[in-house]
Design a protein around this ligand. Structure first.
Ligand code: NAP
Length: 317
């Protein structure tokens, strides 16, 4: 935080003003994620005691992308902490689509597996769409299956994408309920922007917002963000949303995770969001940091989705 302020001073040469104008409360995603994990663990113990069910999650990792390996490791560790059963299938990059589909079919039929997660991205010769559609939608803990996407859009109960769910939980649990607020989401991807829109606009508790989506088709994104009570940045563009694009007092949720070169850092880079933290923190009422904001929530929501899938109460058909 302090470092971010200093770098902002360096960038914009506002030596004297920043320290006095920084007003935002920092939304602690790490703490909120830990709270959720504690709840999931408690519910898991109850499910186990009442019904003898242990949630089971299967990870499928194709290829040796280091970031994907790290994500799967972290998610596996989360399963361990919750007392879940988990299994990781590591396949070589040259695995055929047919082989991958056979593995998914095996997990679809395995009664000990309640969630299946195929870590993205997949090698180019494999169709993501085909693979994600092959997962039993009742085990689709990533919430990407077209049946779940459709159910989300029409407001039915279903497994929903983890990062967008994490955004909603961060808002609600930090005392920034989106109900009745104007939310502007920047980014319209199928994994973040569109599901955030579809979650927050539902006439439901913790949602019921008026939602606008901006994207590269917008002539001037700031024209929209300046009208927002809540800005959700999910563009994959480092520090693109600056303080002057934000209405004073707005809440800012930064989904972005970008690596930028930093010769002063031990490993030569640092992580930044899609929001220019220090300038935004100077005008916002609350803001998520990167790292430590939305990031930890994604795993917490994956664990909760797996518990929900294991409990088997979401779908009635
Ligand atoms: P994506 O698939 O690349 O989508 C980016 C979206 O932002 C696109 O819709 C794009 O518009 C829009 N966009 C890009 N530049 C823009 C600009 N200057 N103004 C307005 N809109 C702009 O990215 P994503 O997968 O949604 O991820 C977004 C960010 O979230 C990335 O930094 C990613 O690393 C991060 N992320 C974090 C988590 C987490 O756990 N915290 C999870 C997932 C993603 P067009 O559609 O017009 O191209």
């Amino acid at each position: 935080m302090i470092q971010a302020l200093f770098s902002y001073k360096r960038d914009l040469n506002l030596e004297s003003t920043i320290a006095t104008t920084m007003t935002a409360v920092i939304i602690d995603g790490k703490k909120i994620a830990e709270d959720i994990k504690r709840e999931v663990k408690r519910e898991t113990e109850k499910l186990n005691a009442d019904k003898g069910i242990t949630p089971g999650l299967a990870f499928i990792l194709v290829g040796d992308n280091p970031a994907s390996q790290a994500y799967v490791r972290m998610k596996g560790k989360g399963c361990e902490e919750m007392g879940f059963y988990s299994i990781t299938e590591r396949l070589p990059a040259e695995t055929t689509q047919e082989h991958l589909l056979q593995l998914i079919d095996k997990f679809n039929r395995d009664p000990n597996i309640h969630g299946i997660l195929v870590q993205l991205p997949l090698p180019k010769h494999i169709s993501e769409e085909h693979v994600l559609t092959a997962i039993d939608y009742r085990k689709d803990v990533d919430g990407f299956h077209p049946i779940n996407v459709g159910k989300l859009v029409i407001g039915q109960e279903c497994l929903k994408p983890c990062t967008p769910l994490g955004v909603q939980e961060l808002l609600v649990r930090s005392g920034n309920d989106p109900s009745g607020k104007h939310v502007v989401v920047v980014g319209r991807s199928n994994i973040v922007g569109k599901p955030v829109l579809n979650i927050l606009l539902q006439k439901q508790k913790g949602a019921n917002a008026v939602v606008t989506i901006a994207h590269t088709g917008a002539k001037d994104t700031s024209q929209y963000t300046r009208q927002a009570d809540i800005v959700i940045a999910a563009m994959g563009r480092p520090e693109c949303i600056t303080g002057e694009m934000i209405k004073p007092g707005a809440v800012v949720i930064d989904v972005g995770i970008n690596r930028i070169d930093d010769t002063t850092a031990k490993n030569g880079y640092r992580l930044v969001g899609d929001v220019h933290f220090a300038s935004a923190a100077a005008v916002a009422s609350a803001i998520t940091p990167v790292p430590g904001g939305v990031g930890p929530m994604t795993i917490a929501m994956l664990l909760r989705n797996t518990l929900l899938a294991a409990a088997g109460t979401l779908y009635h058909e």
